[in-house]
Write a protein that binds this ligand. Sequence first.
Ligand SMILES: C[S@@+](CC[C@H](N)C(=O)[O-])C[C@H]1O[C@@H](n2cnc3c(N)ncnc32)[C@H](O)[C@@H]1O
Length: 215
Amino acid sequence: MGGGDSQFEAHAGRGRFNAAFFHVMDGCINWYLRRHKEAVYADLPRTVVEIGSGVGANFRYVQPGTTVIAVEPNPYMHRSLRLAAERRGIALEIRDVVGERIDLPDSSADAVISSLALCTVSNPSQVVAEVHRVLRPGGRYSYLEHVAAREGTPTRGVQRMVRRPWAWVFEGCSCERDLEAVIRSAGFSSVENRRYRIHSPFVPFNTQIAGTAVR
Ligand SMILES: C[S@@+](CC[C@H](N)C(=O)[O-])C[C@H]1O[C@@H](n2cnc3c(N)ncnc32)[C@H](O)[C@@H]1O
């Protein structure tokens, strides 16, 4: 157990494995996602809230000197996250809570970001509702997530086939979520969402969305 919140159960073996996996694979994953991230994370303000920061994959997209408030309940990510922040000159505040219950006041954030996080949280609708709550009116939520492929496609079949082992290895991650619908139904005043496909060897992960929702 760990994570400071009963909604998140950290697993020692898989927690360490995932921290190491995302650390080792960081450059490779970023290579596939970089153009989409450059587009959605452009011009972030000097303080940013991030949901599920992992080991800091997105720190390369914020200016040095930025404060990142990292909502990251997995204690096995924290050491690498701190080191990544030091390397990039980022002022890091780790919030050891789940995205379903962010310990920030209403309307207090100019920007919230996430990548590959809504696939793993227990309740993505609740997390996005929390993102909406903490954003000030006019504030932005910029995201990149992997989502369910269209029904009837070979990728959708593979996503269904690997459901259980994938979720076991990647601590609850699902490749079968319609996260565009989740974001569109959260009450934002506008949502600019792009759906695209990458061509990585991790087939279930290749159908993705990236965009910005404005409160
Ligand atoms: C697949 S990793 C992605 C990490 C990073 N954002 C990236 O792009 O490499 C998912 C992250 O979400 C975190 N996470 C899991 N459940 C969460 C929750 N309920 N609230 C916030 N973060 C959560 C995990 O600990 C993990 O760091």
